[in-house]
Design a protein around this ligand. Sequence first.
Ligand code: THU
Length: 133
Amino acid sequence: MELEELKRLAVGMLERAYCPYSHFPVGAALECADGSVYTGCNIENASYPVGTCAERTAVSTAVSEGKKHFVRIVIAAKTEKPCVPCGMCRQFMHEFSPDMEVICLSQSGEERRFALRELLPHGFEGSSLDCCK
Ligand code: THU
């Protein structure tokens, strides 16, 4: 998919965000290695820690559909500067595709691009658990 279309999908997901507590909508569009695309939005909860971010919604949807290899994700927010993913989402994405690209958008469309490895160097991974087998 063209990057512009992926961006359009991420921005479109701002409408679906459920964020009555923070009033901070976030949308995401995730491109898989096979070319399929999954979207997500943040979903908050009255019990605040139960809420989840747009990135994890998109990745969870993809994984639940059998996709585990990701090329890039676009994250859109109504912010002045491009919205970068939180630490939990960085780790969540690292589990599946540590070499994916992360493209962050501001409300005006200003863009910042990162390699996930740049955002999360030395991420924790399954092999880290090998010593305890
Ligand atoms: N949020 C995301 O969905 N993605 C991010 O990258 C940053 C934060 C959400 C979580 C919460 O619903 C709201 O934004 C405020 O933190």
